[in-house]
Design a protein around this ligand. Structure first.
Ligand code: SF4
Length: 326
C-alpha cells in the first residue's frame, strides 16, 4: 500500500520503464508490489509483510551472499554524526510539534472524502512543515538517555534504585507461553471477537454518513485508546485465580467503546457474550487492569458502567438480573 514500486522480490523499480535497482529493496507498508489484490486496505499488512516481505528477505539473502562489498570510507559516519549533533544543539522546534500539526492537516484535509482545494491546501501546509522540519531540535540535549530520542522512556535506575533491586522481564500472564516471552493469544482474541468489536448500526444515514457531535464522540473517546496490548488481561487476578473463562477487561473496554457510541445499536447482539457467568459479572473491582493500562484507560470504571447498562436493560423489561453466579 506504500508508494515505492517494487518487483515481487522487493527490488525497487526506478522508473516507468521497469528499470530495477539490483541492490535497493522495499518491503512492508512502504512498498507497492502492485500485484492485483495484494495492495488493498485490510489485506496489505498481511500480504505485504508475510508474502512479499518474506520474498524480499529471501532475495536479499541470496543477493548479499554473492555481492562484492565496497570498502567503507573512514569518514562514512561523519555526515550522520554532524546531523545528530545539530539535532542535540537545542533551540529550534520540537519534533512533536511538527508531528502533531502534520497529523491534524492529514486528518482534516486528506480524509476518506477529499476535495481538490483541501488537498492543495494540505500540500501547501506540509511543504511549510517540511521547511520547519530542518529546524527540529531536541529539548533534551543529553548524549545518554536522551528522552526525546529514546522510544523507551523508563530508566532502569528509576525502577531499581537500591542495591540488590532486580527487574524481572516475564511473558504476559494468563496466557499460555509458547516460548521465551512469546505467548499464545488465541484465547484473548477469541474473547475480544465474541463482543463484536465493530460498529453495529441500524441508524439511517444523514446524506452519506451518520453524524456525531464532538460531545457524543467524547462519550467513548477514552475507550478508543485501547491498543489491545493485553496488559489488563495479564494482570487480572480473577482470570488467574478464579475464572480463566472470564471475558476479561480488554474485551469489555471494546464493548464499552461501542455501547457508548450513539450511532451503535448492537447492545442486544452483544448481550449473550456479556450477560452470563463468564461475561462482565466475574469482575470484582481489583483495579489491577486500570493500574497497568499503558493508555490511561479507566478500565474498571468502563466494566462497572457496562454492568449498570445491562442491569438497567433487564430491569426495564422486568427480567432477571444476574448476580454473577447464575
Ligand atoms: S491494558 Fe489498556 S490498552 Fe492494553 S488491552 Fe487493556 S485496556 Fe487496552
Amino acid at each position: 500500500m506504500g508508494g515505492i514500486p517494487t518487483t515481487s522480490d522487493g527490488q525497487v523499480i526506478a522508473d516507468p520503464y521497469g528499470t530495477v535497482y539490483e541492490d535497493l529493496y522495499a518491503a512492508g507498508e512502504c512498498a507497492w508490489v502492485s500485484v492485483h489484490g495484494a495492495n488493498r486496505l485490510s489485506t496489505n499488512s498481511l500480504v505485504d509483510l508475510v508474502v512479499f516481505g518474506s520474498r524480499a528477505g529471501q532475495h536479499m539473502e541470496r543477493f548479499v551472499r554473492d555481492a562484492d562489498f565496497v570498502p567503507v570510507p573512514g569518514d562514512a559516519d561523519d555526515e550522520i554524526r554532524s546531523r545528530i549533533e545539530l539535532i542535540l544543539s537545542g533551540g529550534g522546534t520540537h519534533g512533536e510539534n511538527i508531528r502533531t500539526e502534520m497529523e491534524s492537516v492529514m486528518m482534516e484535509k486528506v480524509g476518506i472524502y477529499r476535495t481538490e482545494s483541501e488537498m492543495s491546501s494540505a500540500v501547501e501546509s506540509i511543504s511549510k512543515l517540511r521547511e520547519r522540519y530542518a529546524q527540529v531540535r531536541t529539548q533534551d540535549t543529553r548524549g545518554e538517555y536522551n528522552t526525546d530520542l529514546l522510544a523507551c522512556k523508563t530508566l532502569v535506575k528509576d525502577v531499581a534504585s537500591g542495591d540488590g533491586d532486580t527487574i524481572s522481564v516475564e511473558p504476559l500472564g494468563n496466557l499460555p507461553v509458547e516460548r521465551d516471552l512469546m505467548v499464545r493469544q488465541s484465547d484473548f482474541f477469541e474473547k475480544y471477537r465474541s463482543v463484536k468489536p465493530f460498529l453495529i448500526s441500524e441508524q439511517e444515514f444523514v446524506e452519506k454518513e451518520r453524524l456525531q457531535s464532538p460531545e457524543q464522540q467524547a462519550e467513548f473517546d477514552n475507550a478508543t485508546k485501547c491498543i489491545l496490548c493485553a496488559a489488563c488481561y495479564s494482570a487480572c487476578p480473577v482470570i488467574s485465580e478464579k475464572n480463566p473463562s472470564f471475558l476479561g477487561p480488554a474485551a469489555i473496554v471494546q464493548t464499552a467503546r461501542f455501547l457508548d457510541d450513539n450511532r451503535d445499536t448492537g447492545f442486544e447482539e452483544r448481550l449473550p457474550s456479556l450477560d452470563n457467568k463468564n461475561g462482565v459479572w466475574p469482575c470484582e473491582n481489583h483495579f489491577q487492569c486500570t493500574v497497568v493500562c499503558p493508555r490511561g484507560i479507566k478500565v474498571t470504571k468502563l466494566i462497572n458502567l457496562t454492568k449498570q447498562k445491562i442491569k438497567k436493560y433487564r430491569k426495564q423489561r422486568g427480567e432477571h438480573i444476574h448476580d454473577g453466579s447464575a
